[in-house]
Design a protein around this ligand. Structure first.
Ligand code: UDP
Ligand code: MG
Length: 318
């Protein structure tokens, strides 16, 4: 993207039962696009699209109403509630052809929209993915903060490559979204997929604000399911863990055998103990270890079945 060319920027925001926040969000996002267009920073073809993820309240009516009054607002309605990640994906894939870059943001505007301009600058100087990263979580409840911290720790422990403190607030260039469209998986975990696509990346930092109306659609149960999905669709580490545990038990068993033999020599024995207890540990260890090996293969099958694209070409010279 040349700096003198004005890029078309699309903002994509998934909404599920967001009737309370949407009127305000639409005004704010429309205004930010209008300002950027007014300052000649971006093309007047830029837009904001709200993806209604099968809401049960007035969300869609509000989107329609806003779209008819505000110049940059568009809407996309999904047939059913498919969840945040898939709703976002639907918006990104549907509107990719109509923009040079798409910015994803939650409808509750907890992510500071004033860094959008920075994202666009970085995009214009040639960066493909710009992650919005929260500086601190002072406005979230301490429960939300701690569970989120736990989430990132767990992901790291399970060797899932994600950007710390980055939710789904980011700018992606057209070719990144194009690459994303090649991922056929159903268990979407965009925070893991986008970093795995590669291309040039950068980060902008912002403070996480309070949800100004409505309530979080991510209670603990959904958060835990989200984390579990992230781990199991991005890492075979849990399977590896089984082999490791099996091996450790097997190893401990060997030590115990040594000890038991030593005990026979020293005469300090309970009759029948060795022949009863030891095989139990031994077999347990061997079994777990074997499960682990089978698991490794299942892991391989699993990653093959997903049929993920193997690479994306960044650029070439002729
Ligand atoms: N969302 C969605 N479908 C769902 C649940 C949530 O599109 O099934 C949207 C929601 O409207 C919001 C975003 O995903 O724009 C993030 O949800 P929320 O703010 O409730 O999550 P939190 O910020 O509390 O993690
Ligand atoms: Mg939120």
């Amino acid at each position: 993207m040349e700096t003198n060319q004005k890029p078309i920027i699309g903002i994509v925001s998934p909404c599920y039962n967001e009737a309370l926040v949407l009127p305000e969000t639409a005004i704010k996002l429309n205004e930010i696009i209008a300002n950027l267009v007014g300052n000649d920073r971006i093309s007047e073809k830029s837009f904001v699209v709200f993806v209604d993820d099968g809401s049960k309240d007035l969300t869609w009516q509000i989107i329609e109403e806003r779209a008819s009054h505000l110049p940059y607002i568009k809407g996309l309605k999904l047939a059913a509630n498919v969840g945040h990640q898939k709703a976002l994906l639907a918006g990104l894939l549907t509107f990719n052809e109509e923009a040079d870059a798409l910015i994803s943001i939650d409808a509750d505007l907890q992510d500071d929209i004033s860094v959008i301009e920075q994202m666009i600058s970085k995009f214009q100087s040639g960066t493909d993915v710009i992650y919005g990263v929260r500086k601190e979580r002072t406005t979230d409840t301490s429960f939300k903060r701690n569970t989120a911290l736990l989430f990132y720790r767990l992901m790291k422990m399970m060797k899932v490559n994600i950007i710390h403190n980055h939710a789904d607030y980011r700018l992606c260039s057209k070719r990144v979204i194009k690459a994303l469209s090649d991922f056929g998986e159903v268990n979407l975990f965009l925070r893991g997929i986008i970093p795995s696509i590669g291309f040039s990346k950068d980060i902008v930092y912002y403070d996480r604000l309070e949800r100004f109306a409505g309530e979080s659609k991510y209670p603990f149960r959904k958060m835990a399911a989200f984390a579990w999905n992230g781990i199991t669709s991005f890492s075979n580490y849990p399977l590896k863990l089984v082999s490791i545990i099996g091996f450790v038990i097997f190893f401990l068993c060997l030590i115990m055998t040594g000890y038991a033999l030593f005990a026979i020599y020293s005469g300090d024995v309970v009759p029948g103990w060795l022949s009863t207890v030891l095989p139990m540990y031994f077999l347990g260890g061997v079994q777990l270890f074997c499960f682990g090996i089978i698991g490794e293969y299942i892991g391989k099958i699993y990653s093959e079945v997903k049929q993920r694209p193997r690479y994306f070409i960044d650029k070439r010279v002729d």
